[in-house]
Ligand binder design. Structure first.
Ligand SMILES: C[S@@+](CC[C@H](N)C(=O)[O-])C[C@H]1O[C@@H](n2cnc3c(N)ncnc32)[C@H](O)[C@@H]1O
Length: 219
């Protein structure tokens, strides 16, 4: 069967849906490759006891990976879904003293004041496309720039529309070039795509075609 629309419907506020999502999307080797790439960027840039904010922490898979591998960092997980935050909290129990959670809507609420500063890095995977449009992602990029320390970095590993794809993609999935343009417009420098994952042009599913995008807040 071929697809002519790439996107997905979610009910992140439902406990049952959140539990089911977390079970379906236990990180695969490809997604772990994305996590490793994010880790390598953070290790190059952050002080050992730096602080990281994750947008759309979901079940806490990336957080668990980073907190294990970076034993002195502190972490702030943001999500609007209480069930997802509860799943993350359970997974991250052994890191309690290093983790803070904030329940807000990334688009509707102003969360900037609630994040501990300075934030040395903002990370996100598979989440910002769920904001539904490039305008909403622009808003979140702008807020992210505002809370980052000088020399901080933003890394977004999210679904994109691959160049040349013929299908229609949901509004939050768009070309890498558009992400780089938005990041540049809000003040980031060196915005670039570090890697593409699970590229599929012919018959893509909603969990293929994601990019790792990095941008720097230079002094
Ligand atoms: C597809 S899941 C990805 C979870 C996790 N980042 C991962 O890679 O496993 C997207 C997450 O973003 C959260 N999310 C979606 N829209 C949001 C919004 N407007 N504000 C805050 N969180 C949001 C959802 O609740 C969900 O936990």
């Amino acid at each position: 069967m071929t697809t002519d629309f790439v996107g997905a419907e979610h009910e992140f506020h439902s406990k049952e849906f959140a539990l089911g999502w977390a079970e379906r999307f236990v990180p695969t080797p490809e997604r772990l490759r994305l996590f490793e790439l994010i880790l390598s960027q953070l290790e190059e840039t952050l002080p050992a006891d730096g602080s990281i904010v994750e947008l759309g922490i979901g079940p806490g898979y990336l957080a668990n990976f980073l907190l294990q591998r970076m034993p002195k960092i502190s972490y702030c997980g943001i999500d609007f879904s209480l069930p997802m935050l509860e799943i993350a909290q359970k997974r991250l129990q052994k890191f309690t003293s290093r983790v803070k959670y904030i329940q807000v809507d990334l688009v509707e609420d102003s969360w900037e004041e609630r994040v501990s500063k300075p934030s040395h890095a903002i990370v996100s995977t598979w989440a910002l496309h769920d904001l539904g449009s490039s305008e909403n992602i622009d808003t979140v990029y702008r807020r992210s720039y505002g809370i980052l320390a000088n020399n901080g970095i933003l890394i977004n590993g999210d679904f994109i529309k691959p160049v040349g794809a013929l299908q229609k993609f949901e509004g939050g999935r768009f070309y890498v070039a558009k992400h780089l343009e938005l990041l540049g417009k809000v003040g980031f420098s060196n915005a670039s795509c570090l890697s593409l994952f699970e590229e599929e042009m012919e018959n893509p599913t909603a969990s293929q075609n994601y990019a790792c995008i990095r941008a720097d807040k230079s002094r």
